[in-house]
Design a binder for this molecule. Structure first.
Ligand code: ATP
Ligand code: MG
Length: 390
């Protein structure tokens, strides 16, 4: 008998024609986070992982998108008597008062039908326990038996995976990652759809602190657990921000600043083969996120912008942030370059013409060129030179 991890794909199995591509990416992503002691193999509709430390492997793999369920299974030879003996042994370890047996038989030549197996294994369980009953509707334990051509798999519990598509199957996107609650959640939702992300963070030293940068890198590190790898592009916005602050009417500061962020993000995205921008804008949340603002800000770029939390309310975003483990980091105090020079009355319905007129007052093309040229790239690794920051 061999104990191993069995993975079910769920939604992926609906991808008829390109299922091969999805599974190849899933396997590739899983292999990147496993060590040489862990082995992965396929068998029709299932993936298996052999590991000496199953609990540890499950902890690593449960955050990989594309997996519907993770199951700890016992693999035995197809001998029927041996199956019954094994069940007798295995149920000694499990505590239950009600159960049912569910059998799936992909080997149609097996001498027993699924119904016969369920019934006869059920009888074995009843004979070898006391005060235990069958309950087909709401059993405490379900004994699952899968009869395949080369082996029989037995399992009890299923651990839910995250579902979605393996990251990378839909290409790459650039996440505008601030230290707040919304943008990490947006990154998570984009990754769930199979988009691999790189992140871009705008800093404005000395107006924004090293602690804020550390915080963003910590969030990037949490997102890396879903994204397998993570690169963060850090853009110094100080000169642009100071030029805006000095030359542009107060109520348009944020609108123009965000237009600059979009322009820079679009350039970094195209340099790094990212097909879309992703951000944490949520309709109506602040003045720069009214529909008019979003339109006036968005129109400086051609690249599509995905806003996964656009229609979520804050409580829904917070609930998801807690689930994906970014919330505690996001609520640490920080100052963002969007919050340091906040005007008292930011414009709610900015005009495109005004933006264009004001932008003529600063040499923004040169400033953008310089900011992009000198930008820092940090690859989040288990161990790297920024380790002490994380
Ligand atoms: P978050 O949206 O992450 O909770 P926030 O609500 O304070 O933070 P907003 O000012 O609402 O951020 O900005 C909207 C979006 O713009 C953010 O979700 C993020 O995608 C992007 N953004 C804002 N500031 C930055 C920054 N300093 N670096 C990168 N992206 C940023
Ligand atoms: Mg926000």
């Amino acid at each position: 008998m061999e104990k191993l991890i069995m993975l079910k794909y769920g939604e992926l199995s609906t991808k008829k024609d390109n299922i091969g591509l999805f599974l190849k990416k899933l396997k590739e992503n899983i292999l990147k986070i496993l060590t040489n002691d862990e082995k992965v193999y396929f068998d029709k509709g299932r993936m298996f992982i052999l590991s000496k430390d199953i609990d540890n492997t499950i902890e690593k793999v449960r955050n990989v998108f594309g997996i519907h369920e993770l199951i700890i299974a016992y693999k035995i030879e197809t001998d029927y008597e041996y199956l019954k003996e094994t069940i007798k042994e295995l149920i000694k370890e499990v505590n239950f008062k009600t159960f049912k047996v569910v059998t799936k038989r992909s080997d149609k030549d097996y001498p027993k039908t699924s119904m016969e197996i369920s019934k006869e294994v059920g009888a074995v369980v009843l004979k070898n326990t006391s005060n235990v009953k069958v309950d087909v509707n709401n059993p405490e334990v379900t004994i699952n038996i899968e009869v395949r051509r080369d082996a029989i798999y037995i399992y009890f519990d299923r651990i839910s995976g995250l579902g979605g598509y393996p990251v990378g199957t839909l290409g790459k996107g650039l996440l505008m990652l601030s230290g707040g609650i919304d943008s990490p959640v947006s990154g998570y939702l984009a990754m769930k759809r199979g988009i691999k992300i790189e992140s871009i963070y705008f800093e404005s030293p000395p107006h924004t602190s090293i602690e804020t940068k550390e915080k963003v890198l910590s969030l990037a590190k949490i997102l890396k657990t879903y994204n397998i790898e993570m690169k963060v592009h850090i853009i110094n916005l100080t000169k642009i921000q100071e030029a805006i602050y000095k030359n542009i009417p107060n109520e348009y500061l944020i609108t123009i600043l965000r237009r600059m962020m979009y322009r820079i993000s679009a350039i970094v995205a195209s340099q790094n083969n990212c097909k879309v921008l992703i951000n944490g804008e949520s309709i109506g949340q602040v003045a720069s996120q009214t529909l008019t603002s979003m339109r006036v800000i968005n129109e400086v770029v051609n690249i599509p912008v995905i806003r996964p939390v656009a229609c979520f309310d804050k409580l829904e975003i917070i609930a998801l942030a807690k689930k994906i483990n970014t919330y505690e980091t996001s609520i640490l105090p920080y100052e963002d370059c969007c919050t340091i020079f906040v005007p008292k009355h930011p414009v709610i319905n900015p005009l495109k013409e005004k933006c264009e007129e004001y932008e003529k007052l600063i040499p923004y093309k040169e400033l953008i060129y310089e900011a992009v040229k000198n930008h820092e790239v940090i690859k989040i690794e288990e161990e790297n030179k920024y380790q002490d920051l994380l």
